[in-house]
Design a protein around this ligand. Structure first.
Ligand SMILES: [Mg+2]
Length: 233
């Protein structure tokens, strides 16, 4: 029997990686007169890694790293209009409607009448709060945890604090490392909904993990039927 169903946010309920990809493409075209695309891609990864400690993992930090890179790759000769293009694009992404993943709204509406729904997201809490508001899904959840670092220790504390029995908890997400493996390790249930062909977040996962043993759905549209099967078995 399942009592609590928790959802990851970025790239599970709504598109996120896509915005980062669009931003990177804009940066490549804005800086094309200074540098080739492969170098921009490599240097952007390096800049993000170096700035992570200062800016954290959020889109505003990403925008600042893009500006820093524009200045650096142009040897300080980047134009105000190139910087402005990066800023305009960032503002657009931070204020526009959030694009929901296929089947997300329907799955929440269907499951919300029978189960306690939770949202557990990593990343910058203020940015996540803004995305949740723009997604139109705010009222779907009984509990919302923003800015969580989703490790085994995190879930253990969560279960204790909310008096959740792991066997009655189902986590739904697109990251093996953060949504699936730690929950399974604690005796909870988890279903993996990969967001696309690129598993950005899962590069760190141990090669020994047998991904064939992990329950997997192609989209959230399949979740209500999956939960029904789970509760019957
Ligand atoms: Mg995610």
């Amino acid at each position: 029997v399942i009592e609590v169903i928790a959802f990851d946010a970025d790239d599970t309920l709504w598109e996120t990686e896509q915005s980062y990809q669009e931003a990177e493409n804009l940066l490549k075209s804005a800086l094309s007169r200074h540098c080739d695309e492969a170098t921009i891609k490599r240097r952007l990864r390096e800049t993000l890694e170096a700035n992570y400690r200062c800016f954290g993992f959020n889109f505003k930090g990403f925008a600042l790293s893009m500006i820093e890179l524009a200045v650096s790759l142009s040897n300080g000769r980047t134009l105000g209009s190139e910087i402005q293009a990066i800023i305009d694009m960032s503002k657009g992404i931070l204020t526009s409607d959030v694009q929901l993943k296929h089947g997300a709204a329907e799955a929440l509406a269907h499951l919300g009448s029978k189960y306690d729904l939770m949202l557990i997201s990593m990343g910058d809490p203020a940015e996540q709060q803004s995305k949740l508001r723009r997604s139109g899904l705010s009222t779907s959840f009984r509990r919302v945890e923003l800015g969580a670092h989703k490790s085994e220790a995190y879930y253990r504390t969560l279960f204790a604090e909310h008096e959740i029995r792991p066997s009655r908890f189902l986590m739904v997400g697109d990251s093996l490392e953060h949504d699936i493996l730690p929950v399974l390790a604690l005796g909870g249930r988890a279903v993996y909904v990969p967001s696309g062909p690129i598993w950005w977040h899962d590069e760190e996962v141990d090669e020994e993990v047998d991904t064939r043993m992990i329950e997997r759905l192609d989209s959230l549209g399949e979740l209500p039927a999956y939960v029904e099967r789970l509760c019957r078995s």
